[in-house]
Design a protein around this ligand. Structure first.
Ligand code: GDP
Length: 417
C-alpha cells in the first residue's frame, strides 16, 4: 500500500509499507548493538542538607554501595562550613548494558548559619560542565566530547511536614532553568501517610507559586507499553516521598526485602504502598533516563549556550543565534573554508595553464624561426652550389677551349717543321 503526502516544505513524501526485505528494519537492532558497545553516561546531582539520606538513596537506586570517601576537600569544607562539590563515578553493568554513572554531591549545603550563597557553587558546577561541553563541541575532534553535563538533580527536602524552607525555594529558583529538577521528600518514613499528603500539597503549591519548573514526563507516547495513566501516576507523586535502605530485612510475611526495620514493623523501599521509591526510579532510571538527557541537551543546554553567546556580545541578531547550534556553525565554517580552498585551487590551476600555454607558444615560435632560418640557409647553400656549378662549367669550357687552342697550335708547329 502506498500513499502520497506533503510535508511542511511542500515536498511530496511517498508512504509505502514494504513487504519484501530491504533490511532497514534491522536499524533498531544495529542501534541496540552500538549502544551496548558504547555504554551510557548518566550524571546526577544530589542537593540537600547533610544527613538527609542522599548517599543512601543513590546507593539504593543503583543497587551499589556508594562510598563517598571523606576526601581532604570535603572534610576541609565541613570545617570551613562552605558548600563543596565532589563527584563520584562508577561503571555499572546490568544484563550486558553498561552505565557510567557520575554522582555529584554537595556536602556542606544548608549547614551554614548564613546560607545566602549556598546555591553559588552548585550553579557554578552546573555551568562549568556546560562550558566544558561547549568547548568540546567547538573543538575539531567533536566525536570525543564526553558528556559531563548534569542530567538530573535530586533536590532533597527535609521531612519537616511544614512547607518548603526559604533556602529550598531560593536554590530551586536558581537551579530549575539549568537542570532537570526532581524534588524528593527525604526520609519520608518518619512522616505518617496523612502528613505526607498535606506536606506534598503544600510543596506543590509553593512550587507553583514561585513558578519553579520541575522535570515532567513527556506528553507524547514513547512506546506503546506505557500508558498515559502510568505517566500521570508518576507525575501525581511529585515530590516523591522516598525511603533509602540498602540492607535487606525480613518483612511481616517473612520475605527478604530492602527496607528499614522498626520496632513496629518494616518500611519497604520497593513497595508502592510504603513509599514512592519505585516511581522515582521509573522517572530517573527505568523509563525516562533518555528523556532527561534529551531535555538537558535540547532545552537546558541550548538555553544556556544562547544566553552565553548573548552575554558575549553576539546579540545583534538573536533570532539567527537561536537557530544556529555550535555544530551547525562549525559545519558552515567548514563549508566556507572548503569553498575558499576550492577557489584558490581553481585560480592556481588557471594561472598554471596560462603559463604553460605561454611557454608552448614561445617554443612553437622559436621552432618556426629555426625552421625558417634552416630553409633560408638551405636556399642560400643551394644558390651558392648553383653559382659554383655554373662557374665550374664556365671554367671547364675555358679549359677545353684553351686545350683545343693549344692542340691546334701544336699541330701547326709540327706541320711547319
Ligand atoms: P547524606 O549525608 O545526605 O548523604 O545522608 P546519608 O545517606 O549518609 O544518611 C544519613 C543517615 O540517615 C544514615 O544514618 C542513614 O542510615 C539514614 N537514612 C538514610 N536514608 C534514610 C531514610 O530514608 N529514612 C531514615 N529514617 N533514615 C535514613
Amino acid at each position: 500500500t502506498a500513499g502520497v503526502t506533503s510535508n511542511s516544505n511542500g515536498t511530496s513524501i511517498i508512504r509505502r509499507k514494504i513487504t519484501s526485505l530491504v533490511g532497514f528494519s534491522n536499524l533498531p537492532a544495529q542501534y541496540h548493538r552500538k549502544s551496548l558497545r558504547k555504554g551510557f553516561d548518566f550524571n546526577v546531582m544530589v542537593v540537600g542538607e547533610s544527613g538527609l539520606g542522599k548517599s543512601t538513596l543513590i546507593s539504593t537506586l543503583f543497587d551499589m554501595p556508594l562510598t563517598p570517601p571523606r576526601t581532604p576537600a570535603s572534610s576541609a569544607a565541613a570545617i570551613a562550613r562552605t558548600v563543596a562539590v565532589r563527584s563520584i563515578s562508577s561503571e555499572l553493568e546490568e544484563d550486558g548494558v553498561k552505565l557510567r554513572l557520575t554522582v555529584v554531591d554537595t556536602p556542606g549545603f544548608g549547614d551554614q548559619v548564613n546560607n545566602d550563597d549556598a546555591w553559588r557553587p552548585i550553579v557554578g558546577n552546573i555551568e562549568q560542565r556546560f562550558d566544558a561541553y561547549l568547548e568540546g563541541e567547538n573543538m575539531n575532534n567533536r566525536t570525543k566530547v564526553s558528556d559531563t553535563r548534569i542530567h538530573a538533580c535530586l533536590y532533597f527536602i527535609a521531612p519537616t511536614g511544614h512547607s518548603l524552607k526559604a533556602i529550598d525555594i531560593e536554590v530551586m529558583k536558581k537551579l530549575h532553568h539549568k537542570v532537570n529538577l526532581i524534588p524528593v521528600i527525604a526520609k519520608s518514613d518518619i512522616l505518617t501517610d496523612d502528613e505526607i499528603v498535606t506536606f506534598k500539597a503544600r510543596i506543590r503549591a509553593d512550587l507553583e507559586y514561585h513558578k519553579i519548573a520541575i522535570f515532567e514526563t513527556p506528553r507524547y507516547e514513547i512506546d506503546s507499553n506505557e500508558t498515559m495513566e502510568e505517566k500521570t501516576s508518576i507525575m501525581s507523586k511529585i515530590p516523591f516521598a522516598v525511603v533509602g535502605a540498602t540492607a535487606e530485612v525480613i518483612n511481616a510475611e517473612g520475605r527478604k526485602v530492602r527496607g528499614r526495620k522498626y520496632p513496629w514493623g518494616v518500611v519497604e523501599v520497593d513497595n508502592e504502598d510504603h513509599c514512592d521509591f519505585l516511581k522515582l526510579r521509573a522517572m530517573l532510571v527505568k523509563n525516562y533516563m533518555e528523556e532527561l538527557k534529551e531535555h538537558t541537551d535540547e532545552i537546558l543546554y541550548e538555553n544556556y549556550r544562547a544566553q552565553k553567546l548573548v552575554a558575549m556580545g553576539f546579540s545583534q541578531d538573536q533570532s539567527v543565534f537561536k537557530e544556529i547550534s555550535p555544530s551547525t556553525k562549525l559545519e558552515q565554517d567548514r563549508i566556507q573554508q572548503n569553498a575558499r580552498l576550492q577557489k584558490m585551487e581553481t585560480e592556481m590551476k588557471m594561472v598554471f595553464q596560462q603559463k604553460v600555454s605561454e611557454k608552448e607558444q614561445k617554443l612553437r615560435r622559436s621552432e618556426d624561426e629555426l625552421f625558417a632560418r634552416h630553409r633560408e640557409m638551405k636556399q642560400q647553400l643551394e644558390k651558392d652550389r648553383r653559382e659554383l656549378e655554373s662557374k665550374l662549367a664556365l671554367l671547364e669550357q675555358e679549359r677545353y677551349a684553351y686545350t683545343e687552342e693549344k692542340n691546334v697550335k701544336k699541330k701547326g708547329f709540327s706541320l711547319r717543321s
